[in-house]
Design a binder for this molecule. Sequence first.
Ligand SMILES: [Mn+2]
Length: 321
Amino acid sequence: MVRSEEGPFDLIGDVHGAAEALRVLLGRLGYAERRGSYRHPERRAVFVGDLLDRGPQIREALALVRAMVEAGSALAVVGNHEWNAFLYHQPDPEWPGEYLREHRERHDRQVAATLDQVPAGELASHLAFLRQLPLHLDLGALRVVHACWDDAAIAVASRGLARHGGLTDAFLVEAAREGTALFGAVEVLLKGREMDLPDGVHILDQEGRRRHRARTRWYLPPDGLSLAGYAFQELLGPAAGGPVPTAARADARPYPPEAAPVFFGHYAQPPAAPAPLAPNVACLDSSVLAPGGFLSAYRWDGERQLEAGRFVRTESMGDPT
Ligand SMILES: [Mn+2]
């Protein structure tokens, strides 16, 4: 059969080592294991990144997705956890003995599950494979990025990839340096946009500490929205209903309603029935490892207006049994 760049595609959210959930999801989507990888007779999967870290079956998840990509039955983009892994394992040429991502306690904790579960040689092989994946996918009628679609960031990243010949060591060195254009571009694509919060409003981070920065709903125009409405995270404090700060409004580049549908992960959504965030915007990170969370996919057949009925999900896998 002829397979065009227009699909059909099944977009799959952040796996984070939940290989068992992934097998269930692929089964529901009609994929079956044949000749060493999951395949579908007519469709291809697209992974939005964050395959590793945190979960119980990271080794299996990496092998499964890699086999699909190598067999041509899936595409995938780099997530911030893959990116962090590249930098964590890459020696810093300017500081002998150091790495591009410093081996300090918080960073060690983020990669601990992956290092525990995946033998070093195997992980090195998987990281070399993952470094061949793109930072974004523009399939014409469909767009995929881990966190935030931003034309300016894509232009900078694409020039960097062309200049360095891909995600080479030299690319990583340049993009790891805060202050370079490449650093900023990779941050936006893989971690999204953030805003500074004014006094009287904060978020609680994963360690329960108050933070005065929050992720923005970058696809929305901020005019007329409250801070709480523009933030991707739950805002606390008396000023959460206040207006979006001027700096964040100036920084905004809302996703055009006439642009091709865009899919991303990254923003762990509270457990709820999956639905598009806007007619041409969908997030597929449904917190597979959290209590009540699940793994999500979207069955895309070329439509420009996304439909709630096309989401496919696992049961909640994160609940203690
Ligand atoms: Mn992420």
